[in-house]
Design a binder for this molecule. Structure first.
Ligand SMILES: *Cc1c(COP(=O)(O)O)cnc(C)c1O
Length: 384
């Protein structure tokens, strides 16, 4: 699905020397590399505060701890996402409220958010799924109206732009009250181990969070709040500093690959290519435009509409073509998250997507020959 080795080969000398520098410095924890990476990422995202931490799941949990959410508070998030999003809500004894997504963008449906709001609702967690921003115009408006926090799960969207209806553009993760991201190796900006970060433009919240990640300490050995231990290693920061200047190029390369996939699947029955929408782009929804970074294709995900998705996945496996089903089970049906409040009729889109979606190899080293082989194999199978 990803070619981390091929990407490493391109930046090998730089990565090796910066990692060796960290080892020679022995500043393994909170070294200057971490601080420099934090500053560089703040500048890239145009966000006031980046707080590095150990992984993307921690980042979400810490964001919620920083906001002071309390047991019983309801947090609305998407039914169609990676489990980390709902897991941390449940871990903090908050009440996850899962809602359906949009059929075209796969992102949380603002109309479903509105329906799920109760007097106990405190926050909304939009996930910028597969690299495309959720509808932040509407989500921010709903949050404002009901006085809710917006916590962006930007683990899959780093580098993506969101274009507001008024024409303003912001990077995903710099829009809500607070955001989280992951530097897991296969993410668009991945390190060589675990890593994550929290972003916010709120000075006070940033201060609180800096204490939360460090055992609740604001002054050495004074523990004012219950915190956690969550740090980004200096070695990982050194890798990330090498890769951050390439992020836009990496994302452009992904978009170029997505465009080639789209072209190959054009007009093919039973295959629906990813829709680029909800970003107020000037182009129509099936075009991946060159001018804005509104989709960074963390995943390139097709819908197979003839009921043969699982057979296709098996066929691709047999042919040695990697593929993935993200995600095969709606979160509301997962044993850990079942809740009497849910009604199957409220999840028509997620219930259908889990049967139709399949993600194809997507990374920075895909070449035309590979794309050609992958697309021909799929088209031959789907139409046989
Ligand atoms: C990867 C991911 C996470 C978790 O990140 P980790 O670094 O693996 O903890 C959270 N949310 C989403 C949507 C993700 O894709």
């Amino acid at each position: 699905m990803v070619d981390l080795k091929g990407q490493y080969e391109q930046i090998k000398e730089q990565v090796n020397s910066s990692v060796l520098d960290v080892i020679n410095s022995t500043a393994f924890i909170n070294g200057p590399e971490v601080h420099s990476f934090q500053k560089e990422l703040e500048e890239y995202l145009d966000v006031k505060h980046v707080i590095p931490c150990a992984n993307g799941t921690d980042a979400l949990q810490i964001a919620m701890m920083g906001l002071g959410l309390e047991p019983g508070d309801e947090v609305i998030t998407a039914d169609f996402t990676f489990a980390a999003t709902v897991e941390v809500i449940a871990l903090l004894r908050l009440t996850p409220v899962l809602v359906d997504v949009e059929p075209d963008s796969f992102n949380i449906d603002p109309a479903a958010i509105k329906k799920a709001i109760t007097p106990k609702t405190k926050a909304i967690v939009p996930v910028h799924l597969f690299g495309q921003s959720a509808n932040m115009d509407e989500i921010m408006a709903i949050a404002k109206e009901h006085d809710l926090y917006v916590i962006e799960d930007n683990a899959q969207g780093i580098g993506a732009n969101y274009k507001f209806t008024n024409g303003n553009v912001a990077k995903t993760g710099a829009i809500g009250h607070v955001a989280s991201t992951s530097f897991f190796p296969s993410k668009n900006l991945g390190c060589y181990g675990d890593g994550g970060a929290i972003f916010t433009n709120d000075d006070e919240l940033a201060h609180i969070i800096r204490g939360v990640v460090n055992h609740g300490m604001y002054k050495r050995y004074h523990h004012d709040v219950v915190g956690v231990n969550s740090r980004l290693d200096s070695i990982q920061a050194a890798v990330l500093r090498t890769k951050l200047p390439n992020l836009d190029t990496y994302n452009n390369t992904r978009r170029a690959a997505a465009r080639k996939y789209n072209k190959a699947f054009e007009g093919i029955q039973n295959i629906i290519t990813p829709q680029v929408k909800g970003n107020n782009c000037d182009t129509d929804s099936t075009t991946i435009c060159d001018t804005c970074d509104c989709h960074v294709f963390h995943q390139y995900t097709l819908k197979i509409t003839n009921g043969k998705r699982d057979e296709l996945a098996q066929h691709l496996n047999d042919k040695g073509i990697p593929c993935g089903v993200y995600y095969p089970i709606p979160l509301h049906s997962q044993k850990a998250y079942v809740d009497d409040r849910y009604n199957e009729a409220d999840f028509p889109i997620t219930n259908q997507l889990v049967k139709e979606v399949i993600s194809l190899p997507m990374h920075t080293e895909l070449d035309d020959e590979q794309i050609d082989f992958i697309t021909r194999t799929i088209i031959d199978f789907v139409n046989s």
